[in-house]
Design a binder for this molecule. Structure first.
Ligand code: FE2
Length: 286
């Protein structure tokens, strides 16, 4: 297998969003606007919250793409304008297809708000192709126990959130082929993952030191991969465990019209989205 190389790597920028959630935004930012079909990657925390200190994301709309929330620690209570609700706990994944639109809130779970604790997780935005942008909203709330884990000996452990790794297939359905893996590697261990040449791919180092395609990637750095090989090789070159996300997806190659929480193909569709939101056609939260 020929190995993909790292085109560029950079550190995710500390930022705040919602009503004061500490996060690191890998993109969009000055270095990268998107990586088709991916529109955003945030690492939420890790933040150790005192009782009553937890913050969240009060009601806001979405249309035209998917939000994927993966919690490593803490709790998030989700509610939307169509009456859906769910509690996300450590290890759980919520794959939300916003489609034609909804208004939702993502707030700290009751226990985290009351007692405090650690909030740590990720939010990823995956674009939808033109044909799927106006689908009815769909939720795939997936408890951690249902996320399959692939292993290679004792030194490589891979949570398969979407796609396939080491012969294990994820349970979440995606609209276009998406690979979303969370790998943990012991010092010196190596993980090799086939990735179709047409797919755009990147990795994000959560903790530890990674080497891939001849480049070193440090904690809180994103490494964008080129399309020169049939796969990605990741090696733990640090003295402690490496925790790394590997994402890949088929590029849509469609125009992107983006305005805050709406991502469509044209300016006219954005104007329509804003109008639909303002006139309550995405529902409302009281
Ligand atoms: Fe949201």
């Amino acid at each position: 297998m020929t190995e993909r190389k790292i085109i560029t790597s950079f550190t995710a920028m500390p930022a705040h969003d919602g009503d004061g959630v500490d996060l690191r935004r890998a993109f969009p930012g000055v270095q990268l606007t998107d990586h088709d079909p991916f529109l955003l990657l945030d690492e939420l925390g890790p933040t150790d919250l005192a009782p009553g200190e937890a913050r969240g994301f009060p009601p806001h709309p979405h249309r035209g793409f998917e939000t994927v929330t993966y919690l490593l620690s803490g709790e998030m209570q989700h509610r939307d304008s169509w009456g859906n609700r769910g509690l996300l706990r450590s290890g759980d994944v919520q794959w939300m297809t916003a489609g034609s639109g909804l208004v939702h809130s993502e707030m700290p779970g009751e226990e985290l708000a009351r007692a405090g604790g650690r909030l740590h997780g990720f939010q990823l935005w995956v674009n939808l192709p033109r044909r799927d942008k106006m689908l009815a909203p769909r939720y795939q709330d997936t408890p951690g126990e249902r996320i399959p884990v692939a292993t290679d000996g004792d030194s490589v452990r891979v949570k398969v959130i979407a796609g396939q790794a080491l012969g294990v297939t994820g349970v979440i359905e995606t609209r276009i082929p998406i690979l979303y893996l969370h790998a943990t590697l012991a010092p010196g261990a190596e993980f090799v993952q086939p990735v179709a040449r047409r797919a755009n791919a990147f990795l994000y180092v959560v903790e530890g030191e990674a080497e891939s395609g001849g480049s070193l990637i440090h904690p809180k750095q994103i490494g964008l991969l080129d399309r020169s090989g049939e796969g990605v090789r990741i090696r733990n070159v640090g003295g402690s465990e490496l925790s790394v996300l590997l994402l890949a997806g088929d590029p849509l190659g469609e125009p992107v019209a983006r305005h805050g929480p709406f991502v469509m193909n044209s300016k006219e569709e954005i104007i329509q989205a804003v109008d639909d939101f303002r006139s309550g056609r995405m529902g409302s939260m009281v």
